[in-house]
Design a protein around this ligand. Structure first.
Ligand SMILES: [Fe+2]
Ligand SMILES: [Fe+2]
Length: 276
């Protein structure tokens, strides 16, 4: 763990629902969140499994909220490392849990390890799961960076897990968008989401608008995601509006060699960048 990384603790964001936040330093931008979520209902659900970098603390946080033997469901939104980074450990420690995934996640992860097909259930967008005291609805998030990606809407708490959508760096251990310094969320929103989802430049605004309209009609009051702050009320409306405006808009170029040079210079001194 980077020595400048603030300690973070699970945050209750709705009834029976906890954000498990982790941060990764991002220089002058602040910190990139790498969050996951736990639903502590009658049939507890782990929603994404964090990154390998944070394994020890992540496991302690999650199993401080729910005992491993009580976990009934493990939902992985997609196959990226920051979402399945502790999946093997969770499968080992939670013998009663069923893995909620899909064909694409299985295909893409099967080159990493032998996935337990007999412990899996595949769910596609539009399908639902009865999790005891709640129904979980699988959705296609507003933005995504893997074809496997699915989000989750909890019909009881009104929380949506938006996977990689609505990303924005945090100023520190601040997990609600309403607590960000003024302007910070807006300033970084388009660059962050554009570089991670460069396909937005090809989108027809009307067709894409229909996708967002369908999501907005769901009974969602709180949105949590892996790489952004918790969104509610007007800030959630605003995040949707900024996302909607990205359809067909110019793509923000990803940082290139100058950023790598700057990172190396900051870490090793100016000679490191020029010596290569
Ligand atoms: Fe991703
Ligand atoms: Fe991610």
């Amino acid at each position: 763990m980077h020595p400048d990384t603030p300690h973070t603790r699970p945050q209750r964001i709705a009834q029976d629902t906890y954000l498990v936040p982790r941060l990764v330093p991002a220089g002058e931008l602040g910190f990139v969140p790498v969050n996951s979520m736990v639903i502590t209902g009658r049939e507890p659900v782990i929603v994404d499994t964090g990154a390998p970098l944070h394994r020890e603390q992540w496991l302690a946080d999650v199993f401080g909220l729910v005992a491993p033997e009580d976990v009934k469901w493990i939902f992985v939104s997609h196959d990226d490392t920051d979402h399945v980074g502790n999946l093997r450990e969770v499968l080992e420690r939670c013998p009663s849990a069923t893995l909620l995934a899909d064909f694409q996640t299985w295909q893409r992860l099967s080159v990493d390890f032998d996935m337990p097909l007999h412990r899996m259930r595949w769910l596609n967008p539009g399908e639902s799961l009865d999790a005891g005291d709640r129904t979980l609805h699988v959705v296609l998030p507003p933005l995504f960076d893997s074809p496997a990606t699915r989000g989750l809407v909890d019909g009881t708490s009104g929380v949506m897990w938006a996977a990689d959508a609505f990303a924005a760096p945090a100023p520190g251990p601040v997990h609600e968008a309403r607590d960000f310094p003024p302007g910070m969320f807006d300033a970084s929103f388009v660059p962050f989401n554009s570089t991670a989802n460069p396909w937005h430049g090809w989108l027809d605004p009307v067709a894409y608008g229909r996708h967002l309209d369908a999501l907005r009609q769901l009974p969602v009051e709180v949105v949590a995601s892996c790489h952004g702050p918790v969104l509610r009320g007007e800030l959630l409306d605003h995040a949707y509006a900024m996302t909607r405006a990205m359809a067909g808009a110019p793509v923000v170029p990803a940082p290139g060699q100058p950023l790598l040079d700057a990172i190396l210079a900051a870490a090793l001194g100016p000679a490191a960048a020029t010596a290569r």
